[in-house]
Write a protein that binds this ligand. Structure first.
Ligand code: NDP
Length: 407
């Protein structure tokens, strides 16, 4: 019987717990552990109500690898699913090595005091995992995650060579708040205020944050949105593992309202990640801001609209130019109905469950550290259709692909 330990009881952790509980043949025993036990208990109660299954809960400090290793041993887990924060990645990888089990996550490591995310720290564990005979799967959310698998699947079935990749992440949802982030506010704001980096002709090129934008019309009436180019971690692994890529970019939609609030918060210093002295106490403004913003895990009840995330890919097949758009559309209200969460947590948590299923039963547990696109994509793609994230693929002319015209 496969036993798994989920770490992190936020918006994503809740979806992962619910979706794993729906597959008792794959996930025989589930423990959900996090810093705040009451959050785990609330999720466990919802899992029981919605699926009839009991899951165990525990309190753990994921920054402490000995404490986490002890919990792994106590639960007898075979796989640790990390949906805490990127700051915990290395400690949780250490805990898995200490206890001798497999690891997976949805976001690459970030040091707490520098807004910098890259895979080098986690790739450095390759030899340790290989020697220990254990596996680490990196980036099994939507982006990174599904967007990487879309690319690997496109390469396997549609292209001999991929030349350009544009990942377009649109959230056409409205949560009804003046300002809120759809996932952990600290991680979200660090990500969107970082310098933009995109890949062009063999190197990453830096440009000012939010300086490049264009208009994008989503299929199936999701709407027209302004999308902004920004850096996203999957660009780093995808250009490494698919070296024919000449240009790779990531785009995300932001409403004028979101950008206005973000600009003001930045201007007044509320997005700073260094400590400031306040009434004899040291506080980090961005962490304080997180404490006063709406909890992304609670946005489900009010969020309406749909997300549309996909890749425009160009390249060659049989010597001829080819272009496709592959995408998923996800409805916030339907996600809430199914698992009590909005679509951002849902589109992250479902692929996390599917990645875990592949690790446990699909042969994705080869020793070493792997980005998700290094695995065969077919079973994962089939599971997306089966477990709530159906996808579509359409062929584009090169002119339409260049203009991001997909409808
Ligand atoms: P939340 O902030 O809602 O949840 C994070 C959880 O981790 C909280 O329950 C928190 O505990 C817990 N946690 C934090 N620090 C520790 C610690 N030291 N020990 C134990 N538990 C800890 O975040 P989200 O659910 O929105 O996001 C979870 C992860 O998913 C993040 O890494 C995020 O970057 C990633 N993500 C990935 C996406 C993708 O598509 N690949 C998209 C969206 C998110 P407490 O409740 O006590 O604060």
């Amino acid at each position: 019987m496969n036993k798994v330990l989920i770490i992190g009881a936020g918006g994503v952790g809740s979806v992962v717990a619910h979706k794993c509980a729906m597959l008792p043949d794959v996930f025989g025993e589930i423990t959900l552990a996090s810093r705040t036990l009451s959050k785990c208990d609330d999720i466990a109660a919802s899992v029981k109500r919605r699926t009839g299954r009991e899951i165990a809960t525990a309190k753990v400090d994921a920054d402490n690898s000995d404490e986490t290793a002890a919990l792994i041993r106590k639960t007898g887990s075979k796989l640790l699913i990390n949906v805490a924060l990127p700051y915990q990645d290395l400690n949780l990888m250490d805990a898995c090595l200490k206890a001798g089990i497999d690891y997976m996550d949805t976001a690459n490591y970030e040091p707490l005091d520098v807004a910098k995310f890259e895979y080098s720290w986690q790739w450095a564990y390759q030899e340790k995992f290989e020697k220990a005979g254990h596996s680490a799967l990196l980036g099994s959310g939507f982006d990174p995650g599904v967007t990487n698998v879309f690319t690997a699947w496109a390469l396997k079935h549609h292209f001999d060579e991929i030349h350009t990749l544009d990942i377009i992440d649109v959230n056409g949802g409205d949560h009804g708040h003046a300002f809120a982030t759809n996932f952990n506010p600290e991680i979200n704001i660090r990500e969107v205020t970082a310098e933009c980096r995109h890949y062009e002709q063999g190197e990453f090129v830096e440009t000012a944050a939010m300086s490049e934008h264009r208009s994008f019309t989503c299929p199936q009436g999701v709407g027209n949105y302004e999308i902004y180019r920004m850096y996203h971690e999957e660009l780093e692994s995808l250009v490494k593992h698919i070296p024919t890529i000449k240009r790779a970019q990531f785009w995300m939609s932001f409403s004028p309202n979101y950008l206005k609030h973000l600009e003001v918060l930045q201007n007044v210093g509320m997005t700073r990640i260094d400590e400031v002295e306040y009434q004899g106490q040291k506080i980090v403004p961005l962490q304080f801001l997180k404490a006063v913003l709406p909890n992304p895990g609670d946005l489900g009840e009010t969020t309406k609209g749909r997300t549309c995330i996909g890749n425009v890919i160009t390249g060659v097949k049989d010597g001829k130019p080819k272009a496709i758009y592959i995408y998923n559309i996800c409805d916030h209200e339907k996600c809430f109905e199914e698992v009590g969460s909005q679509a951002i947590s849902y589109t992250t948590g479902v692929p996390t469950m599917i990645g875990a299923k592949q690790m446990l039963t699909g042969g994705w547990d080869r020793p070493g550290v792997w980005n998700i696109e290094q695995n065969d994509p077919d079973a994962f793609m089939a599971d997306l259709n089966e477990h709530g994230l159906p996808w579509q693929v359409i062929e584009l002319s090169h002119e339409d692909a260049a203009a991001f015209r997909v409808v």
